[in-house]
Design a protein around this ligand. Structure first.
Ligand code: NAD
Length: 256
């Protein structure tokens, strides 16, 4: 049995595609997979932050026509695909009464249908791999009942269900499908939210205290979990959600 971890070269020879790979969790994941020995292509709306040897490809995961071409370009440049990380996502705040219905359509178009488009285009390539793995970036919001996150939570709940359904459908052909459920992660996304808030220091403190470990999660910690699930070391793991949330969901501690 292999005891290799993704940081020690156990991904050598594998070819990975990461969506939303130009920032935050996606960029950290691409760098972690690269450090583990994989070749990595990143699809992103704005791939400017993706530098060699990572391959950056401009793509909107909400674009029906653009996605198949971008996935094919990535697979051709990598010489195939073994790993798909469906990470691109956008946020939304508010209750079910907030936001126009078009905002609900837009968030689902990226967070849920983006995964459908990219995965449909990637599956023919993944089927040629002997170690195929898909990891979806879900969220603690899928299961935690967070206030004022109705749309975002619903979109990630759909990702959670889709992950299980995909795992069931593709297990027999050797394609594993898992997801990660991050808590609040210190990425440009969260930094933008804090900058827009009236009292960012208070907000940051509230976010920090919400997680029993008493700090935000780092993008690298989420990336390490994704890299593990994507690696052959996790060969018997499919249809599961790995929480990387500072104990937020599992511990149910009162706030410190
Ligand atoms: P981020 O904003 O730092 O990075 C997201 C990247 O996705 C950006 O590079 C952006 O250009 C790209 N992107 C957005 N829409 C896209 C589209 N339509 N097509 C292609 N690329 C697109 O965000 P992050 O915090 O790293 O979040 C990444 C994922 O992690 C998202 O799915 C998010 O829901 C999830 N997540 C984040 C947190 C958190 O606290 N940061 C917590 C739980 C889950």
């Amino acid at each position: 049995m292999s005891t290799a971890s993704p940081s020690d070269g156990s991904l050598t020879g594998l070819r990975a595609l990461v969506t939303g790979g130009a920032s935050g969790i996606g960029l950290a994941t691409a760098q972690t997979l690269l450090a583990g020995g994989a070749q990595v292509a990143c699809l992103d709306l704005d791939p400017a932050g993706v530098t060699e040897p990572l391959i950056g490809i401009r793509c909107d995961v909400a674009d029906d026509d653009g996605v198949p071409a971008a996935v094919a370009e990535a697979a051709k440049r990598l010489g195939g695909l073994d790993i798909l990380v469906n990470n691109a996502g956008i946020g939304a705040q508010g209750t079910i009464e907030d936001g126009e219905l078009d905002q609900w359509r837009t968030v689902f178009d990226v967070n849920l249908l983006g995964i459908v488009r990219v995965t449909r285009a990637a599956l023919p390539w993944l089927r040629r791999s002997t170690t195929a793995a898909i990891v979806n970036t879900c969220s603690i919001a899928a299961t935690a009942g967070l206030p004022r996150r109705a749309l975002y939570s619903a979109s990630k709940g759909a990702v959670s269900s889709l992950t299980l359904a995909m795992a069931a459908d593709h297990a027999a052909e050797g394609i594993r499908v898992n997801c990660v459920n991050p808590g609040t992660v210190d990425t440009p996304w969260v930094q933008r939210l804090l900058a827009a808030a009236a009292a960012p220091d208070v907000e940051r403190e509230a976010l920090r205290r919400r997680q029993p470990i008493g700090r935000l999660v780092s993008a690298q910690e989420v990336a390490a979990a994704i890299a593990y699930l994507a690696s052959p070391a996790a060969g018997a793991t499919t249809g599961t959600a790995l929480a990387v949330d500072g104990g937020m969901q599992g511990l149910r501690l009162p706030p410190p």
